[in-house]
Design a protein around this ligand. Structure first.
Ligand SMILES: Nc1ncnc2c1ncn2[C@@H]1O[C@H](COP(=O)(O)OP(=O)(O)OP(=O)(O)O)[C@@H](O)[C@H]1O
Length: 634
């Protein structure tokens, strides 16, 4: 009973109207796939899966793929040869019981048998080695394709429900893709064994072939049904498994480790972890029982058919239809066939499982391709002016617009500040200016050309952005500023940019200057404070020789001296750039040529600092509020 209480979702119980965390991805295609997990579809699907794994192997290493296939075919032929040699060896051995002179006649067949067995053993080692070589390469290729698809997708793809969930699912496909070639190879090898054995049985006693099929079919059907049960259980536990992985990250990652402790949050999160885990276990237990029952039925019917098969061998021997030597060979062949069948069912099931995850991988690549950056190919130069004309923007699947008919412009040599309350749409405006997102209606232009018609990659080369959440790359200080794109003058350009953002003071105290690795968790790395990181992020944007500089709260973590340094240097930077900055510290907007005030997704006011502070409006209101505490009496 105590156990029961431990797995109750206490949050949902206490607050029945509270929204519960659910993931956007409902399983969609995977659920449909489960409906199609039938024997008939499998007979089409397994060859397709083998083909898919060979195609991937072919893409990564043709030579090894050809070698693997050749070894496989030769190994199958040797199996058949060995079984045929068994008949003559056995017949010579049986006759030698009456006349020892026959022993000599058995020698060539035994030599063939031993040779075939030896060669097959060597081929098996080669096959294993080739599979081990190809597996990790296939996984890397699969991951590469997934990452390539993700980086070539529109930013808006990340705002589509299910995109991130599909990415996670696809990652699982990448993980298991390394097993695919081994499973395909084992399946083909089992099939080769079965065909070799069936050829021998067909030659000696074709009447046994239907009985052989009868032993296989019930087990194969049971395996398919069991797989379906397992897959449906995987779908049913999808949300809880996602929850587990999310909690695992939140409970262990350094970023929130402090809050997990100071907020004494661990017991609450661990309780959620236990609840989800218990639900997964319950579903899996039910599925395991159901699978066991199905397996038992399949094995019972298959076993009955096997008894009939052996009875058939006895009848054939008793009626003199086959010789004792042929019966002996049949025993070997039937054992081989049973092994082959067992392999086909087992490896077939493994391959099906892997194939399902690979479907998710393929679905992601297809989905990302659906969101692929597919814009024009006009190459933009250094922009002289960037403008929004009646731009409306609505995030994918959102129920209302974030920006409404916004007009905006910034010219080279100009600094425009964008201000407004939280959620008014400033960051969204920055994403549109920098071509990260395309407008829902209206047009964003660079020198009069719509960002839809511009080649996005060259556009971003002309764009430097300091986002609110900037990246902290686990690289050296130099790489963190250069981003693999050194400017003429190399380190001089880095130092120049660092001086403009205040990062020079950070570099000066780094153990190894620009060569210092900025990743604490990596051996040898040095940790930076938030403000120090922000200076590096500022230097990164200034270092880019880009015509548009977009800064979204670039000084939120900086001390007064560093903030002053950045804003007093902006005018110099603006000589060759158009600069747009978002800030909540309104004193900083005094450096701007123009200030644009955003309110609920619209431009509510615009003007110079003097104009906006001297007339009533949101800017003046916010400005007074900001100074309320410093001058309480005025
Ligand atoms: N990825 C998203 N998907 C859906 N809605 C979003 C997304 N990002 C932002 N929004 C919505 O757009 C609105 C404006 O967000 P935005 O980040 O542009 O505001 P902001 O003015 O920059 O706010 P802040 O001052 O807090 O940074 C918010 O109300 C938010 O709900």
């Amino acid at each position: 009973m105590a156990e029961e209480t431990a797995v109750t979702d206490t949050d949902a119980d206490r607050h029945p109207h509270t929204e519960q965390l659910t993931f956007n991805f409902k399983g969609g295609d995977s659920a449909e796939l489960a409906q199609h997990l039938t024997g008939r579809s499998l007979s089409r699907r397994l060859p397709a899966l083998v083909g898919r794994s060979l195609a991937l192997a072919w893409a990564v290493e043709r030579g090894s793929t050809i070698a693997l296939l050749t070894c496989q075919v030769v190994s199958g032929l040797l199996e058949a040869l060995g079984l045929f040699a068994t008949t003559s060896a056995l017949s010579a051995l049986i006759q030698s019981a009456r006349d020892p002179a026959h022993l000599r006649a058995a020698i060539p067949s035994i030599a063939v048998l031993a040779g075939a067995a030896g060669l097959r053993a060597i081929l098996a080692i080669a096959i294993q080695g080739l599979s081990n070589r190809l597996g990790p390469r296939i996984a890397r290729e699969a991951e590469f394709r997934m990452l390539e698809a993700a980086t070539n997708a529109e930013m808006a793809a990340y705002d589509h429900p299910g995109f991130n969930d599909r990415y996670d699912q696809a990652s699982r496909g990448v993980e298991v893709s390394r097993d695919m070639i081994g499973q395909s190879q084992n399946l083909v090898s089992s099939l080769a064994t079965l065909i070799a054995a069936a050829l021998v049985i067909g030659a000696l006693a074709p009447v046994l072939l239907p009985l052989l099929a009868l032993t296989a079919v019930p087990r194969a059907l049971a395996s398919v049904a069991g797989e379906r049960v397992a897959y449906l259980a995987t779908l049913r536990t999808f949300h809880d498994r996602r929850m587990l992985s999310m909690l695992r990250w939140h409970l262990s990652h350094k970023d929130q480790a402090d809050q997990v402790r100071t907020d004494t949050l661990a017991p609450y999160l661990l309780d959620k972890y236990r609840s989800s885990g218990a639900r997964v276990d319950r579903t899996n237990d039910e599925a395991a029982w159901q699978q066991a029952r199905i397996s038992l039925l399949g094995s019972a019917v298959g076993g009955l058919a096997a008894m009939l098969l052996w009875a058939g061998v006895m009848v054939l021997l008793g009626t003199g239809y086959i010789s004792a030597a042929a019966a002996g060979t049949l025993v070997f062949a039937l054992r081989s066939a049973a092994g082959g069948l067992h392999g086909i069912v087992g490896y077939g099931a493994d391959l099906m499982r892997t194939g399902r995850y690979m479907d998710d991988w393929e679905a992601f690549i297809a989905e990302a391709a659906g969101q692929r950056l597919d814009r024009g190919n006009i190459v933009p130069g250094r922009p002289r002016y960037v403008a929004l004309d009646r731009v409306t923007y609505r995030y994918p699947e959102a129920d209302k617009d974030t920006l409404h008919e916004v007009d905006f412009e910034v010219r080279q040599g100009e600094i425009v500040a964008v201000v407004g309350e939280n959620g008014s749409g400033k960051t969204t405006l920055m994403k549109l200016l920098s071509g990260l997102n395309l407008p829902t209606s209206g047009v964003v232009t660079w020198d009069g050309v719509s960002t839809r018609d511009l080649d996005p990659h060259t556009l971003w080369r002309q764009c430097a952005v300091v986002p609110q959440e900037f990246a902290r790359w686990p690289m050296t200080a130099r790489e963190n500023i250069q981003l693999g794109q050194p400017q003429p003058g190399a380190d001089d350009a880095v130092q120049h940019a660092a001086a403009a953002s205040g990062a020079d003071a950070v570099i000066a105290v780094l153990r190894n200057g620009l060569d210092t690795l900025l990743a604490r968790e990596w051996w040898g790395g040095q940790a930076l404070s938030s403000g120090q990181w922000q200076r590096i992020a500022g230097a990164r944007a200034i270092h880019r020789d880009a015509g548009l500089l977009v800064m979204d709260e670039p000084t939120s973590d900086l001390d007064a001296r560093a903030e002053h340094r950045i804003f007093s240097g902006l005018r110099e930077l603006a000589k060759e750039r158009a600069i747009v900055l978002v800030t909540h510290n309104l004193a900083n907007t005094a450096v701007a040529d123009r200030i644009v005030v955003m309110q609920a997704g619209r431009v509510s006011d615009a003007g110079t600092f003097t104009e906006l502070t001297s007339r009533p409006g949101l800017f003046r209101e916010l400005w007074l509020l900001q100074h309320d505490r410093a001058h309480p009496a005025t």
